[in-house]
Design a protein. Structure first.
Length: 74
């Protein structure tokens, strides 16, 4: 029963994202300027979480953001 509810919520969210954003968000990055390293968090769509190539690229992006944009203030 719970899995059906979760599946329905996921389908609703996917349809809503397609309508509002004209696509499905596959990646979003959060930056905590007050936090300690790792203060750049990469959130990936569940279907892409196991991709080792992408994980490496996201780590490079996080490092680049820390190095060149560490003075961001929200």
């Amino acid at each position: 029963m719970l899995s059906k509810i979760i599946d329905a919520l996921e389908a609703f969210t996917r349809r809503r994202a397609k309508k509002v954003l004209q696509g499905i968000p596959v990646l979003w990055i959060t930056y905590d300027s007050e936090g300690s390293v790792p203060n750049v968090n990469v959130h990936v769509h569940p279907e892409l979480q196991e991709d080792e190539y992408l994980k490496g690229r996201y780590e490079e992006i996080a490092y680049h953001l820390r190095k060149y944009y560490c003075d961001w203030r929200g």
